[in-house]
Design a protein around this ligand. Sequence first.
Ligand code: NAP
Length: 641
Amino acid sequence: MRNPHAGQPFTTSDEEIADALLDVSIPTLLLSLVHMAGDPSLIRGALKPAGLFLNEVQGYMSEDDKAAARAIALEVIVDYRARGCPEPEPIDGELLKEMMEWLVCDPVPDEYVPMLLEEMELDGRDLRAASTSERSARDEFPVVVIGCGESGLLAGIRLKEAGLPFTIVEKNAGPGGTWYQNTYPGARVDVGNHFYCYSFEPTDEWTHFFAEQPELQAYFQRVMDKYEVGSHVLWQTEVTDLTWHDDTATWTVRTRGADGSTSSLEARAVISAVGQLDRPHLPAIEGRDQFSGSFFHSAEWDHAVDLRGRRVAMIGAGASGFQIAPAIAEDVGHLTVFQRTAQWMFPNPNYHEPVGAGIRWALRHLPFYGRWYRFLLFWPGCDKGLAAARVDPDYPDQSRAVSEINEVTRMMFTEWITSQVGDDPELAAKVVPDYPATGKRTLQDNGSWLRTLTRENVELVRTPIDHVDADGIVTSDGVHHPAEVIVFATGFQATEMLWPMTITGRGGADLRVRWGQRPVAYLGITVPDYPNFFCMYGPGTNLASGGSLIFHSECQMRYISQCLDHLIAGGHRYMEPRRDVTDDWVRRSQEEMRTMVWSQPSIEHSFYKNADGDVYSLSPWRLVDYWTWTRRPDPGDFTFG
Ligand code: NAP
């Protein structure tokens, strides 16, 4: 069988190929040529990228060099077509490493190579697929998965591969989780889509580099259909509580349907895949319920409310509000944006750009073009951002910048922001943040946010809100801002992890009471006293400095699959992490977290922080470390029963 990443054979004409090459990433193309021609000298000459920066996929090559590369490419591709587009010969590891380093203009340390090769699947093998060393007794091991977003769907795919009976319980009527629920205008992903998709399920169909919500939701629907997971899902059904029984070594999972009817499922293991940013946070602003117009949360957008020509107020401007305002400003009569904290942002010219037809052709037909493109997107966010987020304890005045590199980042971001609003000093003073760069979730933009704020019909208010009245919002300076509609883009109850489910483990231990504002799990996955209970995107696994949650989910689900395999193969009733191992993990994670910019006390408001200002939601670890630690569970970390 042909390697699925080797490209589909084609008969495209010379002219059409030449046209397609005008669109593509030239450094990525040159690596595909090495596969097609079996000739590494194609990247050992003068044509090479000059550097790599986030979202810069042409490696700063000159126009002349790109033209020269296209001419060579046309010859190689025409010859490859004439030979019937054969599957390229495998390339050895040394050359693959040379190709990696050539593409990203950076040494790629040896410890990263196996992780990257696994992510790229150049040999067509999905090394994260579920292990099935022991096939017997699987029927007696039913698993319940809570949630059918990107991680719950992945869990379903892997459980199916493992031959385990499973049920996914999903509160929505379709798959996608966040990408099902957040239908607000302008909703789009901000991790490049050719990386933000399952490693084993790439697609050449993305119409945008950063797809909008409907396209993302459709992707998850398509994947679900392909892997025939849908028939395992109880839709519009919510898990209310789950209870562990020591005597039977089972979980009872209680559910509530859309009509209010309750039911229960018995499971040997439960996988929570509910995400961290699911339950809307509606701040208790005085007078909210006296408002006579419509109001709704960004994640529960009321499409029945016509905003055209209306006076709209938007409270909150984080990642969601930042996308909403530019999408609605043209249509509304007036938009008042209430922003408590200014946001750091950096330029991404591709942010709203469509994927050209030539790129789609290359992804479909040129061997491993999509795989190398994935790596190109992955690498800049692979641990470099984490290093830059580290606090230098000797750096002076850390309220403004936490290290020299953080100060350079602050200057670069400030320059980009002020270059757009420099002729409006009043606005400039409002939009430049006063805390260290990257300390909250950094936003990406192509200029649309600041352009929106300079519109005649848009006002940015930084004065704190005092209360809401029947027809508007009153700020602490006594000014009344009239509004007919209020959009709450105020984020999620991020510190209330797994809320509002009640999870009762061994001895009646209530997980919400156990955790309080300090949710912790060993590797973010397992919790002492909660046997055979596994989290995906659990405590300490959100990513603030790069990577993709899909990458993390794939690490977590491989680990969970192997735990299940171990349970079944060993004939164990249950497994749970050792308390000392978990305590040590938490201590190390917290120590590490306190050295990161996200913990800086000068950051007053951040959904990363709990009420005490501590960060339990994020991972402070390098992706390569997390990948290594989750590659294979160590039985010594667990107690088995
Ligand atoms: P968010 O980042 O938590 O932003 C919430 C906004 O509401 C902030 O401006 C916050 O101000 C404000 N706010 C909250 N409570 C308030 C109060 N009591 N009074 C006044 N203002 C208040 O939430 P989000 O924008 O929904 O984004 C959440 C996360 O979802 C993102 O960080 C990201 O992980 C994800 N997301 C991703 C994308 C994407 O991929 N493109 C898009 C949307 C969301 P403060 O800043 O002062 O707290």
